[in-house]
Design a protein around this ligand. Sequence first.
Ligand SMILES: [Zn+2]
Length: 305
Amino acid sequence: MPFPAWDFIVGHEVVGFVHEVGPDVKKFKVGDRVVSAFVSSCRECFFCVRGLTCRCENSLTFGTPGLDGTQAEYARIPLADGTLFPAPADLKDQHLVLLGDIFPTGYSTVWHAWKFLPEEVKQFPTSAVVLGCGPVGLCGVLSAKQKFTKVFAVDSVQARLDQAARYGAIPILLNANTAAAIRAQTDGRGPDAVMEIVGAPDAFDLALDIVRVGGVIASCGLHTSTLHMPGLKLYQKNVALKFGRTSVIDLYDECVELLRKLVKEGKMDGFVEASVRLSNAPEYYDLFDKREIGKTLFQAVSSLN
Ligand SMILES: [Zn+2]
């Protein structure tokens, strides 16, 4: 009898050690310390070789009915040679684990937005807004600060805005005046780029409202409902849109480089707010739901640092 759809292990960000290898694994051996992308990828199919490993034709996503997740003592990693990375020895687990999803995902919005902006724009001071400052959004803020002159952070939770401000962003509380507040600080035009992290229609509406004419909206949020796309507004704004899941594997090397820099600068101190035993997970999921805690590392084995 098949398992019901809800009967699977959650979790898709992991750092750990190779316990056993299958016969096709050539790049890794037992004992290697590794990081996994949140989807498996073959690195050989149509999409993989075109820089879109997140849409690999042979992939499975961790923490779904199709593939058990990684919040467990052991996890099966399909297509391991394509899915795993050697863990850089100088980075701690609490930082490495971010490379499986949230750090590259936040980074990717900035990466896409920066690519979409014409070179002429970069001769002048630039501005960006990060909509949504949960853990992914904060990675977006940290990444945006590497490229954009002025970075605004928008959220309804003051603690998140405080953290974004510590990273150098200008905090803007989400309310009816958010768009006006941002326009007032961008010469009335709006920002060059909006990183839409939330994945909700309201967030997209706000992004389209505030982005300047000729700007970019880069969205990594998991949209599951129909968006309001006013054609005339899109036309009149000459706006570029980029949506979708992040190809962690394609961005891994540059994310490691940036993460290493941020760790050295002390910016990642306290980013992971708690490191607890896996058995405490239900309690910490509850705290996260109540927005009383941010990124949390679950330790399945005691050797994690
Ligand atoms: Zn593939």
